[in-house]
Design a protein around this ligand. Structure first.
Ligand SMILES: N[C@@H](CCC(=O)N[C@@H](CS)C(=O)NCC(=O)O)C(=O)O
Length: 260
């Protein structure tokens, strides 16, 4: 989504040339954009915004994106927000016909956007997963963990849908990887880290390992400050043992469902 020039209060960015990305290492939406940039070999100037330190709430940054969220792309002075829109914009601007991640027909593009919208709708649920099972809630950053396990049901339903698409084809839209695969990857990665039982969706599990083998995706999941990666994994283990366990909560959610 392109922002109107009139809403940009930090005027200096409107003079910038080339591609600039405001992003954060561990932000799922930023990871999507970095995967596409890497897949297409697009050069850009990175501008890290540290969400843990609240840099997204500085007046300077709010003057670029009043929502105070990353990622933001600035291309030749024009500001774009919303990660799924940004990856589609980048693909349209920079991909060659044979490197593009856009399906060719209008109907497939429509289906691709529906799958990407579903991913976007689960973003709040992804935050719950992240701050409940994966990362200590530094700086009161995430929503309070909810007693209701409805968010697990929403992931279960979405993964069941993706799994059924993959019964007959290697990627979500068919034989070729598209932006929908890039959009969903980080959600799958995060749920996997949190211990979501992907054995219930075998096609999706196989697909996730296959896609994770591509260098641009592998680089993204291996990236991040060393403290967060190793400190994070110790925290995850202790959290799972003593406090919050997604596998345990998944079992609880499952047992509350009416028998089919
Ligand atoms: N729908 C937006 C969501 C953007 C978003 O929520 N970004 C998160 C990081 S993944 C953020 O900037 N959070 C900062 C905050 O909530 O203060 C997109 O896809 O770009």
């Amino acid at each position: 989504m392109q922002l109107d020039d009139g809403v940009i209060k930090t005027r200096e960015v409107t003079q910038w040339k080339g591609l600039h990305l405001f992003h954060f290492d561990q932000s799922s939406c930023s990871q999507k954009v970095r995967i596409l940039l890497s897949e297409l070999g697009i050069e850009f100037t990175p501008h890290p915004i540290n969400l843990m330190r609240g840099e997204q709430r500085s007046d300077w940054y709010l003057g670029i994106n009043a929502r105070g969220l990353v990622p933001v792309l600035v291309h030749d002075g024009i500001v774009h927000i919303e990660s799924n829109d940004i990856i589609e914009y980048l693909d349209r601007q920079f991909a060659e016909k044979d490197s593009s991640f856009l399906p060719t027909t209008d109907a497939e593009q429509q289906k691709m956007r529906e799958l990407m919208d579903l991913e976007d709708q689960l973003h709040q649920d992804l935050r719950i997963v992240t701050f409940t099972y994966l990362a200590p809630d530094l700086d009161n950053h995430g929503p309070a963990p909810d007693d209701s396990l409805d968010f697990i049901g929403r992931f279960h339903n979405a993964f069941t849908e993706l799994d059924s698409l993959l019964q007959t084809q290697p990627y979500l839209l068919g034989g070729r990887m598209t932006l929908a695969d890039i959009s969903w990857f980080i959600t799958l990665h995060r749920l996997n880290l949190a211990g979501y039982p992907f054995g219930n969706h075998p096609q999706l599990q196989e697909y996730f390992s296959r896609v994770a083998g591509r260098p641009a995706f592998r680089k993204e999941v291996a990236a991040g400050p060393i403290l967060l990666r190793f400190g994070g994994s110790v925290y995850r283990r202790l959290n799972r043992l003593f406090r919050n366990s997604l596998p345990r909560d998944y079992g609880r959610w499952r047992s509350e469902q009416p028998a089919a």
